[in-house]
Design a protein around this ligand. Structure first.
Ligand code: SAH
Length: 219
């Protein structure tokens, strides 16, 4: 049984911020009703963790707004058994939602102390065996574990990282914010004859750092 101290806040979050804005995937809604978001943001008032905006998590990074986590999780179209790669572990919250949806999650975080604390939160919340966190640059993905049914990138890219597209299974989806200051959340699906692209929403994410900033040329 869960510690249900903040179950009311979670229920309000799901109903008013997520369902009300059109997210209907029952697996996403159920997962977000279960994951204790406040356990991934120990430095803020627990009840505030469920508010309708991102929060700072240290190292200049943020935990995404709940609605954006829901939108990305729904866009990934996941049904167990599923294998998912996340680039940008941050707090570990998005990874926990994907694990709660029944997927095995591989998540890469470039800021070492964040990778370490996220691993700790995930273990404490019981997701340690389904979420594998690696410290490093996610630009090249996790080829040893590919292919993935979905890849979620939670930092904005100036252009699509080809190595991530290459690691999608047939029918797999890359969900990624593309742009600099103004960004669009895009879904790229691997189809029998290439990739299809769909734009979902205007978004604001922190920029992806590392190798993608040092490479001028498309891959
Ligand atoms: N998904 C997170 C929010 C992530 S914020 C959550 O649920 O809390 C974006 C994260 O991407 C930051 O922690 C940042 O350090 C990380 N990041 C930025 N560039 C990266 C890269 N090249 N590889 C891996 N992680 C990266």
């Amino acid at each position: 049984m869960r510690d249900d101290e903040y179950a009311y806040e979670r229920e309000r979050m799901v109903t008013l911020q997520i369902e009300a804005r059109g997210v209907a995937d029952e697996r996403v809604l159920r997962a977000m009703r279960r994951v204790r978001r406040h356990r991934f943001t120990p430095d803020i008032d627990p009840a505030r963790a469920y508010d309708d905006h991102p929060h700072p998590i240290g190292e200049g990074q943020t935990i995404s707004q709940p609605y954006i986590v829901a939108l990305m999780s729904e866009a990934a179209h996941l049904r167990p058994p599923c294998r998912v790669l996340e680039v940008g572990t941050g707090s570990g919250y998005q990874a926990a939602v994907l694990a709660e949806m029944g997927c095995e999650v591989f998540s890469i975080e470039i800021v070492e102390p964040l990778a370490r604390s996220a691993r700790g939160f995930l273990e404490a919340e019981g997701y340690g065996d389904r979420v594998h966190v690696r410290a490093g640059d996610g630009y090249r993905g996790w080829p040893e574990q590919a292919p993935f049914d979905a890849i979620l990138v939670t930092a904005a890219v100036p252009r699509l990282p080809q190595p991530l597209l290459d690691q999608l299974a047939p029918g797999g989806r890359l969900v990624v914010p593309v742009g600099e200051y103004w960004q669009v959340l895009e879904v790229h699906e691997r189809t029998p004859d290439g990739f299809s692209r769909r734009a979902l929403s205007d978004v604001r994410f922190v920029p992806m750092t590392g190798e993608i900033r040092r490479r001028g040329e498309p891959d």
